[in-house]
Design a protein around this ligand. Structure first.
Ligand code: GLY
Ligand code: MN
Ligand code: MN
Length: 475
């Protein structure tokens, strides 16, 4: 067996490094299949590049890089995920690609253009391993980018960067590893960028100036984006609802995680938008718990904080449920307090209000409620049991970028207050190991806040009723 494996790997490494397995003519006929037709349209991405240009000062350039392929160890890489800014502006989901957006048209290869993408060439050897690439023609055909060139041309690009008044760019520098088989991987493209920028005066280079522009753009969602975000949220609803039906004392946290992520994949989500949090008992008090290995007992609460990602957009919804299907008296008191705080927070999420209004509203309810229950004596003590904000923007990133100023129409935020009382806290031990978070995804509209995730019950009675139902998942 060992000999067979050795032989197999020998053949594999031979073909990866050196072999020409497919004739070039053949590989050029193979297209990247588009298995679904509900992606953001090329017109959307083009519109976003136009909107970006309007925010850019005269005579400036913004350079965006795709995410690098990140190595996990040896010859295994992490699953590839595109950089959200890059995806937003192009729709391209391949690595080793550059987008340059110019505020004013400039000449490239003798032609005036206001944007150029440098993309990976087709490559028969690599495509045998990693799947088809779009190549120059594929990108031209699928995405409406004015100028598309090979990333091999980036190195010798004839462009005087010192002519710009402002140059801003993004590139991941941490952990970049050179792929010896690819002379235009991110490692090399980064070196090539540095060589280009070497010719420009330092004061013109403002590395992350584009962040403010991208935050302004990405904060406000177009209709197309809201369709995808709602789809991600609907899938997350299915998962949370199925979990409520399926959970039983004696199950492990990884089994509840498996149920959630099974429903995600079953319904077409590409990934979880962030590592699924399944914290039961004492782990319900760990905000971003990820171990998910404990056996859940009947008296445990489970904080299930999860989000499906669909075509780039991620949901983020938390429900806290009793593993045995029935909240204890103390659990119910804390739960209802968090629910009241959340409702106050959602109500405060209105157009023109401050981004921080939901936080203020929820915090006020929580501190008064915990004082009434005798858990704390003064409002200042609240941060011992509630140590995070109630809200963040939601979109291509779970903690999406935004301006954090006034709430604007068609932005989406979470409202997620919580109370976390770990063991040995300075309060009556009857409250210990109760952790509760309730999180929903709220669309800001002129008509008031719209709860996009209200397909999952929040009221205790509704949750307990649903937990009596049978799941189709049997263990
Ligand atoms: N899922 C992480 C958060 O709620 O912010
Ligand atoms: Mn959140
Ligand atoms: Mn969350």
């Amino acid at each position: 067996m060992k000999q067979f494996l050795a032989f197999f790997f020998f053949i594999c490494s031979l073909s990866y490094g050196f072999g020409q397995n497919l004739e070039s003519s053949k590989v050029n006929e193979i297209k990247v299949e588009l298995y679904e037709n509900d992606f953001l349209t090329p017109e959307f991405h083009k519109r976003k590049r136009d909107e970006l240009r309007k925010l850019m000062p005269n005579n400036s350039v913004a350079i965006f890089f795709s995410n690098p392929v990140r190595n996990r160890s040896n010859d295994v890489n992490y699953e590839y995920h595109q950089d959200p800014n890059f995806y937003y502006l192009t729709g391209i989901r391949e690595p080793n690609t550059i987008l340059m957006v110019f505020s004013n048209p400039i000449q490239i290869n003798g032609k005036f253009t206001n944007e150029v993408a440098f993309v990976q060439d087709r490559n028969p050897d690599a495509e045998v391993w990693d799947g088809s690439r779009l190549g120059i023609e594929g990108v031209k055909e699928r995405f409406k980018i004015n100028t598309v060139l090979s990333n091999k041309e980036f190195k010798n690009l004839q462009l005087n960067f010192d002519k710009f008044d402002l140059i801003t760019y993004s590139i991941v520098t941490e952990g970049l590893k050179d792929n010896p088989f690819d002379k235009e991987d991110m490692y090399n493209l980064r070196q090539q960028l540095e060589a280009h920028l070497f010719k420009a005066k330092d004061e013109k280079i403002k590395r992350r100036e584009f962040n403010v522009w991208m935050a302004k753009l990405r904060e406000i969602k177009d209709k197309e984006e809201l369709v995808l975000l709602q789809k991600a949220i609907d899938i997350t609803c299915l998962a949370q609802v199925e979990l409520m039906k399926a959970i039983k004392p004696g199950m492990t946290e990884y089994q509840s995680e498996a149920i959630v992520e099974f429903i995600f994949k079953l319904n077409g989500a590409e990934y979880p938008g962030f590592p699924s949090i399944q914290g039961s008992g004492q782990n319900s008090c760990v905000l971003h718990y990820q171990t998910n290995r404990k056996i859940m007992t009947g008296d445990n609460l489970l904080v299930s904080d999860v989000g499906a990602e669909y075509h780039g957009y991620t949901a983020d919804v938390t429900r806290t449920i009793p593993v045995n299907g029935k909240f204890s008296e103390e659990q119910a008191l804390i739960y209802n307090l968090v629910l009241d705080a959340q409702n106050a927070g959602i109500e405060a999420a209105v157009v023109g209000g401050s981004f921080w209004d939901p936080n203020v509203a929820a915090t006020t309810v929580l501190s008064q409620g915990l004082m009434k229950l005798g858990v704390i004596k003064t409002p200042l003590e609240l941060k011992r049991y509630f140590m995070h904000g109630t809200s963040h923007y939601l979109g291509l990133d779970v903690h999406d970028i935004g301006t954090y100023g006034k709430l604007t129409e068609n932005s989406v935020i979470t409202v997620e207050p919580g109370i976390y009382i770990p063991e040995n806290s300075p309060c009556d031990p009857k409250w210990w190991n109760i952790g509760v978070r309730i999180e929903d995804d709220i669309l800001i509209t002129k008509q008031g806040p719209v709860n996009l995730s209200d397909c999952i019950p929040r009221a205790i009675q509704e949750i307990e009723q649903l937990m009596k139902e049978e799941s189709f998942i049997k263990q």
